[in-house]
Design a protein. Sequence first.
Length: 163
Amino acid sequence: MSLPTRTGDDQPASGPEDRHQFETAAKGGAGFWLSAAAGWAIIAVGLRGILQNSIDTRPGNLARFVVGGALLHDLVVAPLVIVAAVVVGRAVPGRARAVVQGALVVSAVVALFSYPLVRAYGLAANNPTSLPHDYATNLLVVLGVVWATAAALVVVRLRRSPR
């Protein structure tokens, strides 16, 4: 397998030194193997804790959640993000594009983190203070502020003279 060569004044051509660095990185050095071993040790401790505390962790439900989350991400979320990126890239003028993309990212993160609260997953019948707020309304308020700020920034950017 040969490495692609880079062309242009700002990028060096691929030579023996570049090839050696690439091959060394592909094999993995001592740092890679040490961090991999540490990572697997941490995973093993976590799995041991899940299994030892199975009454609280419910390993079957946890496995369904993790696998379901991965499938949801790969089959639904990632394609939607790609479609949204294409639509924003084509529909939004260049000077406003970064603001709209930023507002979309912030909206997605806020919605993702507020989802368990909006769905009241932590609600305890014997503890009325466990989820004391109207999280759906609060989510809408935060999203409104995000998009109002984005709209104001877009107006400012579009009113500026083109450079």
